[in-house]
Design a protein around this ligand. Structure first.
Ligand code: MTE
Ligand code: MO
Length: 214
């Protein structure tokens, strides 16, 4: 009984977002939040954790956990789309926007910088063009739906990218383009493929063009 009520809710919600033009091709709405990643969930130690920007920047910078939490914060609501075909709508993320870090002069990007590699715990990587990292739908997120992100979704910090309704002008990649357990951003003068991109996933990963595999 309960599961059929749940199914009816899900289908009703899915029809709503489909009618609003928010359901990308090949996706289905989920009310859950599946966990997907390679390898174990890392342990967080606030005493040794840091976040760094490096590579094609005027000066490399790093922040401790305390310092990072004092940076100017942003809150965005967006739809997230996983390459494994589930989508979750109206998710609320809080954290630090890379664009606002640059605007506040917290670090300076060198003119020749074209791409950014997110580096996470255990050597996980994911690449994006610099334009996408500087969009308002890409966030270095500490909170999801008002709570610190749970350990299996990337605590204490993850990159997250999604679709902001009404912002068709912003490129929207699949969710894998945000690294959980994020530790640094490397600014680069050319593109390099990250972990899943090397494994055959699409380099750009646009949800509206269904760019799943390369
Ligand atoms: N550090 C790390 N981040 C990662 C991954 C990973 O394997 N390691 N997988 C990516 C993939 S393939 C997906 S689909 C999303 C899933 O995020 P979720 O577990 O919060 O749903 O995380 C992305 N970020
Ligand atoms: Mo994934």
């Amino acid at each position: 009984m309960f599961s059929s009520f749940e199914g009816a809710d899900r289908r009703k919600e899915e029809e709503r977002v489909r009618a609003e033009g928010r359901l990308p091709p090949g996706q289905a709405l989920t009310l859950k939040f599946p966990v997907l990643h390679y390898g174990p969930v890392p342990h967080f130690n606030p005493a040794t954790w840091d976040f760094r920007v490096w590579g094609q920047v005027e000066e490399e910078k790093q922040w401790t956990w305390d310092e990072f939490n004092k940076l100017p914060r942003a809150k965005i609501q967006m739809d997230i789309h996983c390459v494994t075909r589930w989508s979750k709508f109206d998710t609320v993320w809080e954290g630090i926007s890379v664009k606002s870090m640059v605007e506040h002069g917290l670090f300076k990007i060198k003119p020749g910088s074209t791409h950014v590699m997110q580096h996470a715990e255990y050597g996980f990587t994911v690449n994006l063009p610099i334009e996408v990292v500087l969009q308002e739908n890409f966030l270095l997120a500490t909170h999801f739906n008002g709570e610190p992100i749970s350990p299996d979704h990337g605590y204490p910090l993850r990159g997250v990218v999604g679709f902001i309704p009404g912002h068709e002008d912003l490129e929207t990649p699949y969710l894998w383009k945000g690294a959980k357990w994020l530790r640094s951003l490397e600014f680069m003068t050319r593109d390099r493929r990250g972990f899943w991109e090397q494994a055959g996933y699409h380099n750009r990963a646009d949800v509206w063009r269904e760019e799943r595999f390369g």
